[in-house]
Design a protein around this ligand. Structure first.
Ligand SMILES: C[S@@+](CC[C@H](N)C(=O)[O-])C[C@H]1O[C@@H](n2cnc3c(N)ncnc32)[C@H](O)[C@@H]1O
Length: 322
C-alpha cells in the first residue's frame, strides 16, 4: 500500500509524549504515518482515536492500524469525521478528554497521486474538477460548481487572500470568459486557462502556474479555514490536564489562525471576579511554546520536499486544578 510520508515525525513525538495506556487522537489520520507511531507508543493499552474527513483515507488508516501487532489491546476508534467533531465523539464513547492530539492539516500526498485523478485535487493529472475531501458531506460544493458559478470578484478575492496570487484578477476574468463559452469541467481545462494568464516567461518556473489556483478553490470548496478555526478550538478544549495539541500547517492562513487561537488560550485571561488570578475564564490554563512556529531543517526539506512550507505549533493544558 502507498503511504504519505509524514513530516516533523521526531518533533511531533517529542511534544506529544504518548505513554502506555493513554488516550490519544490523530484528528487528520491520513495514511497513519504519525498515527501508527502513536499507536505503537501506547504499549498495547489505552485508546487511540483516528479521524479523517475523507472516508477513503480513513479506510487506508484502518487497514494499516488494524494490521499492526502493536495495536493489539489498544482501543481503536476510527471514524470518517472532521476533527471539530471530537468533543461529540468523546462524549459518545464515554471519555472525558484526551492526553494528546495531532492535527496535520491540508491534503495528503495521496490526494494528488496519479491514481487519484478522479478526486480532482491535482492539476498534473486530468480528472473531474471535484476537490472535496468528502463529496457526500452535506452542504459542500465542488470546485467545478465554484469555478462555473462564483462571481468574478469573489474568485479574484479568494485567489488574492488565500494564495497571494499576483495574477488573481486576470485569472478570475479569464475563468468567467471561458465558462461563458463552455463549462469548465476538468482539472486540465482549469490548469490550461490559468497558465494562459501568466506571462510566457513565468509559465515554466518551479511552481506550476495553477498551483495557487487549485489550492485556493480546494480551500473554499472544503471551507478549510472555517474547519481549522472551529476544529482547533474543539481540540484544545478536549485536552486533559497535561495534554498537548500539536498542529502542523502548510498554508499561511492556517498558521495565522493556529497562532491566534493558541495565543488566545495561552495568554492568562484574568478571572474578572479576582483581579490577581491568572486563571482563565474557563478555569483552565494553557502554555504555548514560546519560540513560536518551528520550521523544518534543511535536512528534513531535502528528504521530504513537502516539509518546505510546514510549521509546527504546540499548546499544552497545564496540570492546574480547575
Ligand atoms: C497531511 S494529511 C495527514 C497525513 C498523516 N499525518 C500521515 O502521516 O499519513 C491531512 C489529512 O487530513 C484530512 N483532513 C483534512 N481536513 C480535515 C478535517 N477538517 N477533519 C479531519 N480530517 C481532515 C485529509 O483528508 C488528509 O488525509
Amino acid at each position: 500500500m502507498q503511504y504519505h510520508e509524514p513530516v516533523f515525525v521526531a518533533e511531533v513525538m517529542k511534544r506529544l509524549r504518548p505513554q502506555p495506556g493513554a488516550i490519544f487522537c490523530d484528528g487528520t489520520i491520513g495514511s497513519a504515518g504519525h498515527g501508527s507511531l502513536i499507536v505503537s507508543a501506547l504499549g498495547g493499552r489505552g485508546t487511540f482515536i483516528g479521524l479523517d474527513r475523507d472516508p477513503a483515507m480513513l479506510e487506508r488508516a484502518r487497514t494499516r492500524l488494524e494490521g499492526m501487532q502493536e495495536a493489539n489491546g489498544v482501543r481503536l476508534i476510527l471514524e470518517a469525521a472532521k476533527y471539530e467533531e471530537l468533543p461529540a465523539i468523546l462524549k459518545r464513547e464515554g471519555l472525558t478528554g484526551v492526553n494528546g492530539i495531532l492535527l496535520d492539516l491540508g491534503i495528503n500526498s495521496l490526494h494528488v497521486a496519479h491514481d487519484a485523478a478522479e478526486r480532482g485535487f491535482s492539476f498534473s493529472h486530468d480528472g473531474p474538477l471535484d476537490g472535496r475531501f468528502n463529496p457526500n458531506e452535506p452542504g459542500t460544493q465542488s470546485v467545478e460548481s465554484l469555478v462555473n458559478n462564483a462571481a468574478e470578484a469573489d474568485i479574484a478575492r479568494w485567489l488574492f487572500e488565500y494564495a497571494d496570487e499576483r495574477f488573481a484578477r486576470a485569472i478570475a476574468r479569464r475563468i468567467v470568459r471561458e465558462r461563458a463559452v463552455q463549462p469548465i469541467r476538468t482539472t486540465r481545462q482549469l490548469a490550461e486557462i490559468v497558465a494562459l494568464c501568466y506571462p510566457p516567461k513565468l509559465r515554466h518556473g518551479s511552481l506550476h502556474p495553477a498551483t495557487r489556483t487549485f489550492q485556493t478553490f480546494r480551500i473554499v470548496a472544503n471551507d478549510e479555514l472555517g474547519c481549522v478555526e472551529r476544529g482547533i478550538r474543539a481540540c484544545i478544549e478536549s485536552l486533559l490536564p497535561g495534554g498537548t495539541c500539536v498542529v502542523l500547517s502548510y498554508h499561511s492562513g492556517e498558521d495565522r489562525i493556529t497562532k491566534r487561537l493558541f495565543d488566545e488560550y495561552g495568554s492568562p485571561r484574568p478571572d474578572p471576579s479576582n483581579l490577581y488570578s491568572a486563571t482563565t475564564t474557563k478555569g483552565l490554563e494553557y502554555r504555548v511554546e514560546k519560540r513560536g512556529a518551528l520550521k523544518p531543517s534543511d535536512a528534513e526539506i531535502a528528504s521530504n520536499p513537502r516539509a518546505r512550507s510546514a510549521r509546527l505549533r504546540a499548546i499544552t493544558r497545564l496540570e492546574v486544578a480547575a
